[in-house]
Design a protein around this ligand. Structure first.
Ligand SMILES: *[C@@H]1O[C@H](CO)[C@@H](O)[C@H](O)[C@H]1NC(C)=O
Ligand SMILES: *[C@@H]1O[C@H](CO)[C@@H](O)[C@H](O)[C@H]1NC(C)=O
Ligand SMILES: *[C@@H]1O[C@H](CO)[C@@H](O)[C@H](O)[C@H]1NC(C)=O
Ligand SMILES: *[C@@H]1O[C@H](CO)[C@@H](O)[C@H](O)[C@H]1NC(C)=O
Length: 240
């Protein structure tokens, strides 16, 4: 073989090594692309499936029924405000309960059954989806329409307050809004019902939410506080 032939061979050899190397690189790149494409598809499908998964509810749950109205105030159960069932069966309360906790939701004041029902629905949506509570966090809510909206009611523990209590929430922001006489009357009628049904102990304590948790120092709002602090069951200490 001639020198030039040998040189040619060597060049060819180097060239094919480069080609092989390129080939390997390309195969590597191609495989990496395929694998990452498959991985992305799997991730996207997983995200879609988990995102579209409907919320799980305890559809067998039925709200315990007491009365349709108290005085001139309607009692609007979950069906009436188009609420979702709880996500898991609620925990029964031991009666009689010793504490009533008054709070407000710091949202827009409502004054019709449509807007108050929507406010209660939104509150439940917030509690169930964002806070991951099994149900709306209060036993009852009172709207500016003077009606009583049933949350978990007299017979189940509310999730907001760890210890056994009845949580009654006024819809609105009572740092600015004012309770109407109608709302105050609805509250009293509800308390009277609780005493009659022996859901509340005769010596129950009434406290503002800020007396139960320093984090919610504004609730129930000065404009509610100034009223409840005059009531006979009002207890001025803290109750954690
Ligand atoms: C509530 O309904 C019961 C019967 O289910 C009745 O005995 C009671 O008087 C009613 N209470 C009020 C305050 O309307
Ligand atoms: C109800 O509230 C709306 C605005 O939130 C207000 O314009 C209206 O006057 C209120 N109606 C009554 C009867 O208070
Ligand atoms: C609760 O709120 C009222 C009204 O804003 C206030 O006067 C009271 O001191 C607060 N209590 C606590 C324990 O924060
Ligand atoms: C609370 O009671 C005091 C003393 O009885 C009274 O002066 C005040 O007006 C009452 N406040 C409210 C908001 O009812």
């Amino acid at each position: 073989m001639s020198v030039s032939g040998q040189l040619g061979n060597a060049r060819f050899h180097r060239f094919s090594t480069i080609l092989l190397f390129l080939n390997r690189r390309w195969i590597f790149i191609r495989n990496t692309l395929i694998i990452s494409a498959i991985a992305s598809v799997i991730v996207v499908i997983f995200l879609l499936v988990t995102r579209n998964q409907p919320e799980q509810y305890d559809t067998s749950f039925v709200d315990p029924y007491y009365n349709d109205s108290l005085g001139q105030h309607l009692i609007i159960y979950r069906k009436g405000w188009s609420g979702n069932p709880p996500k898991i069966s609620p925990i029964p309360l031991q009666h009689p309960v010793d504490v009533v906790i008054v709070s407000c939701d710091f949202r827009k004041f409502c004054n019709t059954s449509n807007t108050c029902s929507a406010a209660v629905r939104n509150l439940q949506k917030f509690h169930q989806s964002i806070n991951h509570f099994p149900d709306i966090g209060y036993n009852f809510m009172i709207g500016g329409d003077g009606h009583i909206y049933v949350g978990v009611g007299w017979d189940f523990k509310n999730i907001i307050h760890k210890k056994a209590s009845i949580g009654i929430n006024f819809l609105g922001n009572y740092v600015y809004d004012e309770l109407t006489e109608d709302m105050v009357d609805a509250f009293h009628e509800l308390i009277v019902q609780g005493l009659q049904l022996k859901k509340l102990s005769n010596s129950f304590k009434l406290v503002g939410e800020n007396q139960t948790n320093p984090k919610v120092y504004l609730s129930p709002g000065v404009n509610i506080y100034k009223i409840i602090k005059n009531w006979s069951h009002f207890y001025s200490g803290t109750w954690f």
